[in-house]
Design a protein around this ligand. Structure first.
Ligand SMILES: [Zn+2]
Length: 595
């Protein structure tokens, strides 16, 4: 039996639990705790109210499960959270005192992709009611958000994701404010993102899993995944991620009958044998955000063409297998996290350059077996065009080149500290939300700092995620700036410094400058219009007050006859002096680097 035949057979096998409940007459207890998805033939997903009801049902019938909320959505829905801990604990410190690691699973960030919700509800029932996996939860506790995008979830119907193979009806990709939360982890425009960040930094889970569904290229894998391999996650955590978590997850998923493959792009979608480019995720994305916090972040991308039941089962396996790996290896994981936090906060890290973006290193490739479909091409009866599609009756294994490393694209040198004048309250609120440490400047003072001055600003013609984004060049210089008591100093010797740099370095692809937070600083702030003719008055006043200026003005007239004989040039000379005093802050980024 070759690998493909084996794989196809395994995929057809119903999942363990589903097999269990259909193999015998269901008991009253089993019926009481069936999920909506199970009752509805594995192709319907529960609405928000039904989901919350089920969470409460489990919580009311188990000492291990607590139901709570992480915040309120713009349409005033509680965002549900289940905390599953063997001893029913709900405090991260107490849980870690018992030696347990914490896994956070988030579903329905794109509410049309509810696979993780139905998988997680079944899993929590299986643990809390049916006492499965009790060995695993000795070592690990689970936080589960079944629906993070609650409002988008209730924008429900058959009109979204029409190419998705179930469930019958789903919610929308966006929040009620039309934001895509999975671009929002740094700027945190959505209330839902803010609720998430509060939870994330209170718990700092060892592993965060975010479950999606993807379309695009067709292949046999039910699930693809994203883990950082470019450098947003530093060593030794990256090493742990690769050698322990990823390696074990790949083999466990293979054994579960759901082999997984990196989430990727082809260099050419027309040619399924072209170069495979695994995606990398900067910190505006969920898993990239975890990486930049020195924690594991797993992106799960189920494949849109696979039946819903297969996708939910794959997601279920991803979660429980991950919990087992984290629990079994918790001591080395705790150690790696601790060492990574210390390393990132050290002088070695600060003195090295920090990469804020990466590109694929196409000189570094290896060949892998890729489980694809044969492509069929025919003349379409519908349109008359030549039409290519995957023949899902014809599995094929291609040996394909995959890129295995990345090159830093944008590097910066970290300062000793960033200084933020207190009027930048939006930025300061975001620092708090991201759990960044900072202190206040105790007295009014003048400091010599490195500043950026914007040049060649280019704004987007269309809003992106509701914002007019800004790409700008800048000059860097040392200047003396006046600071006042209560301004903010963010020292760079802290474990979350990568988040700080991604927010505050203007060139970062997800900087607050890029998102338009500082658009008002990019044009000259002309206070009022002054007639050139007024310099007849102001010029005399300046010369009278400043003997040095008078001396310079007289010399200029002697040395430059054109100037001396040009009344307009003389008045402009005084106008330039006046303007340079008014516009001292023009185009200056109001966040400074203490070197
Ligand atoms: Zn998605």
């Amino acid at each position: 039996m070759n690998r493909i035949t084996l794989y196809t057979l395994i995929c057809l096998l119903p999942f363990f639990y589903i097999n269990k409940i259909s193999a015998h007459k269901k008991s009253d207890k089993e019926i009481k705790f069936l999920t909506y998805y199970e009752i509805h033939n594995f192709n319907k997903t529960p609405r928000y109210n039904q989901t919350v009801e089920f969470c409460k049902l489990i919580a009311n019938n188990s000492t291990m499960v607590n139901y709570t909320s992480i915040g309120i959505s713009p349409q005033k829905r509680e965002i549900p959270l289940i905390i599953l801990d063997k001893d029913g604990l709900t405090d991260p410190k107490e849980i870690r005192n018992r030696g347990r690691a914490i896994v956070l699973v988030q579903a329905s960030i794109h509410a049309g992709e509810p696979d993780g919700k139905d998988a997680g509800l079944m899993l929590i029932r299986d643990i809390a009611i049916d006492s499965l996996y009790l060995d695993i939860i000795q070592n690990v506790s689970l936080l589960f958000i079944p629906i993070i995008n609650t409002d988008g979830h209730e924008d429900f119907g058959t009109h979204y994701r029409i190419n998705q193979n179930g469930p019958e009806e789903v919610g929308s990709r966006f929040t009620a404010n039309r934001l895509n939360m999975n671009r929002d982890f740094i700027k945190a425009d959505a209330l839902e993102t803010r609720a998430f960040l509060n939870l994330y930094h209170r718990w700092l889970p060892e592993l965060f899993i975010d479950i999606h569904v993807t379309n695009g290229a067709d292949f046999q894998y039910v699930t693809t995944y994203g883990l950082d391999h470019c450098g947003f996650l530093s060593d030794p955590m990256h090493k742990w991620s690769k050698e322990i978590y990823e390696k074990n997850l790949l083999s466990k998923m293979e054994r579960s009958g759901y082999p997984i493959f990196p989430y990727l792009e082809y260099t050419s979608y027309q040619d399924s044998t072209s170069l495979l480019l695994p995606s990398n995720f900067a910190p505006q994305y969920s898993n990239g955000y975890a990486s930049a916090n020195n924690r594991l972040g797993l992106l799960v991308e189920n494949h849109i063409y696979k039946p819903y039941k297969e996708r939910v089962t794959a997601a279920y396996n991803i979660i429980i297998n991950s919990m087992e790996i984290i629990g079994n290896n918790k001591e080395s994981l705790f150690k790696s996290i601790n060492e990574t936090d210390n390393f990132v906060a050290s002088h070695h890290f600060i003195n090295d350059s920090l990469a804020l973006s990466y590109k694929h290193n196409i000189d570094s490739i290896t060949y892998v077996d890729f489980l694809a479909w044969k492509t069929k091409t025919e003349i379409s009866e519908l349109s008359g065009a030549q039409w290519s599609y995957s023949d899902r009756e014809a599995p094929v294994t291609y040996s394909m080149p995959i890129v295995t490393s990345y090159i830093p694209q944008l590097k910066i040198k970290l300062p000793k500290a960033y200084i933020i004048p207190k009027e930048n309250f939006e930025t300061i609120e975001l620092l708090k939300l991201h759990g960044i440490d900072f202190c206040y400047i105790p007295n009014d003072t003048i400091l010599s700092v490195e500043t950026y001055r914007f040049i060649n600003p280019k704004w987007s013609q269309q809003p992106y995620e509701g914002r007019i984004t800004l790409n700008t060049e800048y000059t860097q210089q040392i200047e003396k700036v006046r600071l006042s008591k209560g301004d903010i100093m963010v020292k760079t010797d802290q474990p979350k410094i990568k988040i700080v740099a991604h927010m505050l370095e203007p060139k970062s692809p997800t900087s607050l400058v890029y998102w338009g937070f500082f658009n008002s600083y990019v044009a000259p702030p002309t206070e009022f219009w002054i007639r050139l003719n007024y310099m007849e008055v102001k010029g005399r006043e300046l010369l009278e007050k400043d003997p040095k200026l008078k001396e310079e003005f007289e010399r200029k007239k002697m040395e430059d006859a054109n100037f001396a004989s040009n009344p307009k040039a003389i008045l402009q000379y005084f106008m330039d002096i006046v303007r340079s005093n008014i516009e001292i802050d023009a185009n200056r980024y109001p966040i400074f680097r203490l070197m």
